[in-house]
Structure formats: C-alpha cells, structure tokens
Design a protein around this ligand. Structure first.
Ligand code: FAD
Length: 563
C-alpha cells in the first residue's frame, strides 16, 4: 500500500480547511503580537512571554485544541495536522513552539496511560481552561538514560491502603517548569518508574529560576525541586506502578515527529531568509542568488536535506494517522525523521548565517537567533546520538531476522517505483539500499557492531538511505497527483523529482563511501576492493553524473517558488 493510499484511508485528524484556518490564525496572531522586533527584544532580554504562551494555548488562539482528542473537548488533530502546525510554529519561534509542545508532552503520559477518569479530568482542563503542562522526566544524573532516575515516590499508607505518594528529588531542564499549572513527574515507586500528576502550588514543590540558555530564550526552562511533595493516589497515571518508561516509549513515534517539524520549520525559516537576502545582495556585479558557488553550497544541499526529512515526517505522520503507530510501532521512523530534520535544520540555519555574511553574525538579523534556537532540536526529545542508536539497533535486528534480506527487499520496491517513475531517483535510492544491506552484512560477518561508533554510524547511514527512499516515493506521488491531502506542495512535481535525484545520489554516496570507511576502519581481514565491488561503489560513483544539472534545476525552482 502506498503512502497516498494510506492517506486516503486515514481516519485521523481535522479537515484541510480547519488546519489551514489554524495556521492562518497563528500567523495573524504573530503578526499582531510578536513582530520580529519584539522577538529580538525578548530574546535579548531573555524573557518568556507567558501571556503569549497562555493566549496561544487558551481562548484567544486555542492551539491546544488541535492536540486534544475530541471526546475531551479538543479537535482531535492527527499526526499530520500536528506536524504541519508545529512546522509553522517553529517558523515563528522555536521557544514559543516548545512551550506549546511542553503541554502536549506533559499530557502525553495521560493520553497513553491514564484511566478514563484521569483523562477526562486533565485533558478536558487543557482543552477548556488552557492549563499549561510541563513534562518532568530529565534529572541532573538521568538524561538520555532515564532508567537512572533518582526521584522517588514513597507510598503513604492509611488504614492499610495506599492513599498517596510523597515525591522527593530534582528534575532538570523542564520546559514550562516555572510557569506550568500542572506537571507530569516521572518517579521511582516501589513497583518501578511511574508518572504522577502534580499541581502547581503543592507544598514542598519549588520551580527554580529560569535557565540562561544559548537559544529558545522565549521559552521558560527550569529545574524543579521536590521535597516530600504529597500527591493523592488518584494522580498515579494509570493507577498502576511501574508503567512509566513504557508509557514514555509509546509516544516517541509521535512526539519525535513534532520536534522533527521544529527542525524543519527552523531550518526553512532560516533558509528562506537567506534566499530572500541573496536576491538583493549584489556582489561582483550581480545578486548572490545568481552565483552558483553560493547557491550550490549554502542553499541547495540544505533544502534538499530538509525536503528528504519532510518526506519521512509526512510519510510517518500518514502512517500514524492510519493507525500503524500503536504501542510505539513507528518509533524508529519517528527517530529517523527527528534525526534527519533536526540535523538538516541546524546545518541549514548555520549556512543561512554564512549566506548573510557579516550581517548574519549580528543579533539584528533573525538568522542568528534561529541558529541558536534550532540547536536545541538535536538535543531534546532524544539527542542525535540516541537517535542513531535507536535507529541502528532496530534495523540491525531487522537485518538479522531477515538474514540480510531487509534492505534488498525494500530496494525491490524502489526498482518498481523506478519502472513507473524513472525521473525520481528511485534506481539510485535502490542502489543505496542494496549497498546498505552489504554494509550491514559486512558488519555482521566481522562482528563490527561491537564497536559502538560503528553501530551509531550505521544509524546515520540508515537514516540517509530511508530518507532517500521516502523522498523518491513522495516525488512519485507528486507526479501522479496522489500526495496525501494535507501534504506540503511548495515544489512542483518535476522540481521535487530533481530534489529527490540530488538526495538519492548523496545518500548512496554516503552509504557506500562511509560504509566502506567504517567497515575497513574497524576490521582486520576485509579486502577493500572486494567490499567496494560488492557494494557496487563504481555504479554509485557513476550515478553522480548529472548532479550539477539537477542542482541547477533545484536552484531555479527555489528562486521561482520564492518569487
Ligand atoms: C532547553 C531544554 C529544554 C528541555 N525540556 C525538557 C522537558 O520539558 N522535559 C524533560 O524531561 N527534559 C527536557 N530537557 C532535557 C533533554 O531532553 C535532555 O537534555 C536530553 O535528553 C539529553 O540529556 P542530558 O542533557 O542529560 O545529556 P546526556 O544524556 O548526559 O548526554 C550528553 C551527551 O552524551 C551523549 N550520550 C548520552 N548517552 C550516550 C550513550 N549511551 N552512548 C553514546 N553517547 C551518549 C548524548 O548524545 C550527548 O551528546 C530539555 C533540555 C533542554 C536543554
């Protein structure tokens, strides 16, 4: 079944008109309340505009409604709706977007794990009253490894029955930490890590002062101190101890898509500014937009990588909306989307500073702020290294389970796509998958994934390869006119095909050359020539023919779409 077939069946989400209205209202709100000059001022003064956060998540704008299921008074937005809105929020300000995300993250353990009564209480309050949530997982000693958490939940027993818990410990880097009305706190109960809902003002609970951060300075981030804080037993999410880590895992496919959309929005926002700037800035007798050495280094590769990430975000969103993501089934796809989008967004923002020359390095130009803001997306909701590990571990298992047939099997699908659409780069994406299968097999034979670095590099190669496949699929759907109804359509099908061809070449090159490098670099008995021919490195090198012409086409397309 193709992505577009799934989309046609997708039951989740709001209609296009409602989504467009939400995005339009967001931009109207921002134009009025948060012009660029105000953003720069708040960033400079390191102020979280709590009134704006509350207006966005309250009666005035009501963005929170998109995140809350209909039965609790929300609009029941699906994963695609949430991605589209998150991208737009990030285009405005990733700090404010983070505040909105924090309420969603904070209520996530409730959405996936709470009793019907708990859901009715808390989700309805988010929808009706616009209360802000914070998500309290990270601790000073427990970041990527949440299993190391030290915050404890000690049962309070009265008359032989547990009537509540006393929470003691410290949480670190909590978004909305100083302004939230309610918190979900992960703490070790006797039965294992569990989520508890804590209301602001509880005795013994103190949020610390806001952190002085590198970026997202419009977002409130604070440590939380919990000193014997009492929570009633009804606030143990799901009513059973020990479910906390499972509940956290279950939603990663979804929540990582949101952060992926932040990377996409931040990256595109910076790139669009660079594109606009380059049309006006004249050097050496002409605008920078006409200089190939400028566009093909600072604009084109970044937009291509962002669009590969978008393809994966959209594809995964459609699959989640079609019900495939239950119980964390699409966590790896969410991790790939987050990894590709946030790394691409971060690099694009950096390139946008370069594209502005000296002006880009000053605080008057928003690209400087965007670069600092988008930086967080490769850290929170799982760092890039943890994404690499998550991706590699899962696909490694698939490789072993299928006795090496996993990627060659997926390559066959791309060859079929190539037969229908020779213009979308699917044949090169297929070569990329086949080379990836070869790299994985070489790692298996040499037992090379015992080196953690090799495992994590495999995560990167897998992400590139799956990005190429996804983008080719998307370009094919665009040509057929079968993109999902709520898909982004910035690029015309022929230009999307050129974007896909550029990315497929990059992914195949990376998989073959880096794959060779790490296999060769970590093994003793591998013959480089034999491995190179088994990965068909020569074919991948030959497939680079036409790259520059395709980049020329992408540059023309971006300046056309900009006009
Ligand atoms: C602005 C901001 C907002 C945040 N908001 C929230 C929030 O709302 N709620 C919340 O709970 N948390 C939040 N966080 C915390 C965030 O999720 C963590 O910072 C992140 O998960 C990384 O954890 P850490 O900082 O402890 O780094 P560590 O886990 O110590 O990692 C440090 C470095 O080591 C790498 N590393 C870690 N483990 C391994 C490994 N096994 N192998 C190889 N490399 C490894 C990491 O990739 C990273 O590069 C926020 C953080 C920031 C900065």
């Amino acid at each position: 079944m193709t992505v577009s077939d799934r989309a046609a069946e997708a039951p989740a989400g709001v209609d296009m008109e409602t989504l467009s209205l939400a995005i339009e209202s967001l931009h109207d709100f921002v134009a009025k309340q948060l012009p660029e000059s105000r953003q720069l001022e708040l960033d400079h003064d390191d102020i979280c505009p709590e009134d704006l956060v509350r207006a966005m998540c309250g009666d005035e704008l009501g963005l929170q409604l998109l995140f809350v299921p209909e039965e609790y008074g929300g609009m029941g937005g699906g994963a695609v709706d949430v991605y589209r809105l998150c991208e737009q929020m990030a285009r405005v300000d990733i700090g404010l977007a983070t505040s909105v995300l924090a309420t969603f993250l904070g209520s996530d353990p409730i959405t996936v794990g709470a009793t019907a009564e708990q859901k009715a209480t808390w989700l309805s309050r988010i929808a009706d009253e616009g209360i802000l949530f914070a998500y309290g997982a990270t601790e000073p000693e427990a970041g990527s490894d949440l299993g190391a958490l030290r915050t404890t939940a000690t049962p309070v027993v009265d008359d032989g029955a547990v009537v509540g818990y006393r929470l003691t410990g410290r949480k670190q880097w909590i978004s909305n930490g100083g302004i939230a009305d309610a918190y979900t706190i992960l703490a070790a109960a006797p039965g294992g890590p569990s989520w508890f809902v804590l209301e602001r003002g509880a005795e013994g609970f103190t949020p610390n002062r806001p952190e002085d951060k590198h970026g997202i300075r419009l977002s409130n981030t604070a440590a939380l101190f919990l000193d014997d804080v009492f929570v009633p037993v009804e606030n143990l999410v799901g009513g059973v101890e020990g479910q906390g880590l499972v509940q956290a895992q279950q939603v990663f496919g979804y929540t990582r898509l949101m952060v992926a959309a932040f990377g996409l929005g931040g990256g595109w926002s910076a790139l669009d500014r660079a594109i606009a700037y380059s049309t006006m800035r004249v050097q050496a007798g002409g605008p920078l937009s006409g200089k190939q050495g400028y566009t093909h280094k600072l604009i084109v590769p970044h937009l291509v990588r962002l669009e590969a990430a978008r393809a994966l975000i959209e594809q995964t969103g459609v699959r989640i909306d079609a019900g495939e993501g239950v119980g964390g089934a699409l966590n790896t796809e969410g991790a790939i989307a987050k990894y590709l989008a946030t790394e691409a967004g971060n690099a694009a923002a950096d390139a946008a500073i370069q594209a502005h020359g000296g002006y880009g390095y000053t605080r008057d130009y928003l690209v400087e702020k965007i670069k600092r803001d988008v930086r967080i997306t490769t850290i929170y909701e799982g760092t890039s290294e943890i994404m690499e590990m998550t991706i590699a571990r899962d696909r490694w298992q698939q490789h072993l389970k299928t006795r090496g047939a996993y990627y060659p099997g997926r390559a066959a699908g791309l060859r079929a796509l190539h037969a229908a659409h020779p213009e979308v780069g699917a044949a090169v994406a297929a070569l990329c998958y086949e080379a990836l299968g070869g790299v994985l097999e070489a790692c298996r034979l040499g037992r090379l994934t015992r080196n953690q670095h090799v495992l994590l590099r495999l995560g990167e190669l897998i992400a590139y390869a799956e990005g190429a496949a996804s983008l080719a699929d998307r370009a094919g759907a665009a040509t057929d006119g079968t993109l999902p109804p709520k898909a982004d359509t910035r690029f015309a099908p022929a230009d999307l095909a050129a974007i896909s061809r550029v990315y497929a070449r990059e992914a195949a090159w990376k998989v073959a050359e880096d794959g060779l490098r790490w296999v060769q670099g970590s093994s003793t008995g591998t013959d480089a020539g034999t491995l190179a021919s088994s990965l068909r490195v020569d074919e991948i090198r030959a497939a680079q023919a036409g790259l520059l012409a395709d980049m020329d086409q992408v540059a023309r397309a971006v300046y056309l779409s900009y006009d």
